[in-house]
Write a protein that binds this ligand. Sequence first.
Ligand SMILES: Nc1ncnc2c1ncn2[C@@H]1O[C@H](COP(=O)(O)OP(=O)(O)OP(=O)(O)O)[C@@H](O)[C@H]1O
Ligand SMILES: [Mg+2]
Length: 423
Amino acid sequence: MPKKKRKIITGLDIGTTKVCAIIGEPDPHTRDIKVLGLGSNPSRGLKRGMVIDIDDTVESIRQAVYKAEEQAQISIKDVFIGLSGEHISSFNSSGVVEVTNPVRGVSRTDIARAIEKAKQLTTPFDREIIHCIPQEFVCDGQSGIRNPLDISCSRLEVRMHIVTAAITSAQNIIRCVQQAGFRVRGLLLQSLASSLALLSEEEKDLGILLVDIGGGTTDIALFYDGSVRFTTAIPFGGDNITNDIKLGIRVPMYDAENLKKKYGRALASSVDPEETVEIKTRLNNNPLKINRHYLAEIIQARVEEILLLAKERLEKNGLLEHSGAGIVLTGGSALLDGIIELSEKIFELPVRLGTPRGLKGISSAVTSPIYATGIGLVIYGNSDNYFPRLRPRNLFAWLMDVFRRFIDWEVFGQSWPPTNELG
Ligand SMILES: Nc1ncnc2c1ncn2[C@@H]1O[C@H](COP(=O)(O)OP(=O)(O)OP(=O)(O)O)[C@@H](O)[C@H]1O
Ligand SMILES: [Mg+2]
């Protein structure tokens, strides 16, 4: 009997501080993903989700994938990538249509027409839709309908979450991946990718806020009633904390980063005001005495700023009350000592650390919030709604078309209909 072709999925998280490639293989029976390889390389050439140096980004991608391939003993070609940063913008939209045959009920074509209507609203020429995620349907004023197919009504409304990206910024990332020698099989908003690795269906139903504090950006996604309702990015992250330490304590960036990770706390009140630590810096050989309370004050100020900005955006949209199940903190900066306590104080909600779960293989290495996005991309690649074939030319237009047609229904919204049957 011929040997069955292996299904290999690679998630490529091109972050501001690191590029990380994760190679996974789903079990054909249980669909559990086994992690075969993990490669991480410092990221150069990216600032707040945007490419500022193509050559550096290409090299970081090559190195990260090479390391993962070495570990997995496999050579890969296709990757799933994540997008983030200020060039992404998201909004909720709705589309209303008259049902063609109210007696027979809503047809698939009616649903597709309603979705098209919702998408037509204000997409400027320099932006492309990367996700259209249906949240719910309203049939003759009756809201909260997850699957309107065959329901008798005369007026159908769809409420959707739409994510758009600046065409040039997305194109630059795709070009870097191609120049590194790989094909982009799909792209996904980073916070949505992380959500796949971290959140349970129950949490998404009850209401949960995902806050991914990376190096350059903080990505936020709010889920409730089973679907994503709000996504945004704040242009600050752990690198700003390190920079504040550099300026406040007057040490080089390298030492500031080490200080943050080794002695940093996000809650100054929990540090003895008299406690000092001694470190050797790259500037001179004499050890430098540093007051830990002062270090914590610097860190707390920046973390508070980031979290308060997140809170403000949610409050402005009247959404904070929807995080019934609390908050999940992820991204490298979620490892900061005391950040969970500080977040609980600021949001007055339960907060937990988001570490990817339920993986097999070299799982202990990937159960860090740093890898949530990469793991989520692999999970996304393994989902049913993704099965397009690559066309060699005009990749960007093709990808965008794929995302128009293959709406992220199965993954982030409701479970029907299969998106390829729409539009
Ligand atoms: N133990 C730790 N304590 C405090 N901060 C940490 C720790 N480990 C990593 N970090 C910080 O996490 C940040 C990197 O996080 P992450 O790997 O999630 O970022 P990224 O995905 O590359 O960036 P982005 O998502 O913003 O593009 C850095 O600022 C780093 O200093
Ligand atoms: Mg990240």
